[in-house]
Ligand binder design. Structure first.
Ligand code: DGL
Length: 272
């Protein structure tokens, strides 16, 4: 029998709308759960802010979700926030199930035939110690072209189609030649949760044969596994989503209506 904690919501957090790509996978894997999704829109994008700033915001949002929404688990649906603060979060909330996301380098190695992999992520992510350790752990297993995509999450957040197109082209050109021939990049890691929303645009520049790897589904399965282990899985009742943001709730509403497979309730302005 699940305990009383099973009834509490799961917090899901990103700098903005990107984490909705993870929330989609979470809702598929955990259909009976209630989710409190927080977009830190007032402080987005995080990717070029510096890690001390991102760590401070991440800790503030985590405390807000715990204290005001009584969450039983927190999914940091942001590679940048995970890179900057996941260790601190775990230390600060020893009784909370905390799940982070990181660029899926290992699955990319398994998926690639040519051994040439491009990684798109924010600057804070790729310059973090956590990412350096992950990269070093795979030394010699593949050739990684790591591209810090300044401005791209911001363009997605702002719905700037021309910016998205120009930056996608620039960063993919910078990565190198895409395809399945020897020496070509056959696998693209979407190392920022905003990027799955521009998969079609990215594909225009690198072609149909390239495999895209993101982390929504594995993160959702890991969340389910940890909640089941803790006896905190909701196993009955209807799932729900509460949308919260630190600014511009209507922008989150519009993004959720567009991107969430089943659209959520209207977003509320929250004071984290
Ligand atoms: N969606 C985020 C990530 O996965 C952050 C993007 C940003 O705010 O720069 O890294």
């Amino acid at each position: 029998m699940p305990g009383a904690l099973a009834d509490r919501p799961i917090g899901v957090f990103d700098s903005g709308i990107g984490g909705l790509s993870v929330l989609n996978a979470l809702r598929d894997a955990l259909p009976h759960e209630r989710f409190a999704y927080f977009a830190d829109t007032a402080h987005a994008p995080y990717g070029e802010r510096g890690d001390a700033y991102v760590a401070q915001r991440t800790r503030t949002v985590a405390r807000y979700l715990r204290d005001r929404h009584g969450i039983k688990a927190l999914v940091v649906a942001c590679n940048t926030a995970t890179a900057a603060a996941i260790h601190e979060l775990r230390a600060e909330h020893p009784n909370l199930t905390v799940v982070g996301v990181e660029p899926a380098l290992k699955p990319a190695v398994a998926a690639s035939s040519t051994g040439h992999i491009a990684v798109l992520a924010t600057r804070v992510t790729v310059e973090s110690r956590k990412f350096a350790a992950l990269h070093a752990s795979l030394a010699g297993r593949a050739d990684f072209r790591i591209i810090p995509c300044d401005g791209l999450a911001g363009a997605i957040e702002g719905g700037d189609a021309a910016g998205i197109a120009a930056l996608s082209e620039r960063y993919l050109r910078q990565a190198g030649s895409f395809g399945t021939a020897p020496g070509q990049i056959d696998t693209l890691v979407l190392g920022c949760t905003h990027y799955p929303f521009i998969a079609a645009e990215l594909r225009r520049h690198c072609g149909e044969a390239v495999r895209f790897i993101d982390t929504g589904a594995p993160v959702a399965l890991q969340t389910r596994r940890l909640l089941a282990q803790a006896g905190q899985l909701a196993t009955e009742g209807e799932g729900a989503v509460a949308l919260l943001s630190s600014a511009a709730p209507e922008a989150l509403d519009a993004a959720a209506a567009r991107w969430l497979a089943r659209s959520g309730v209207p977003a509320a302005l929250a004071g984290a």
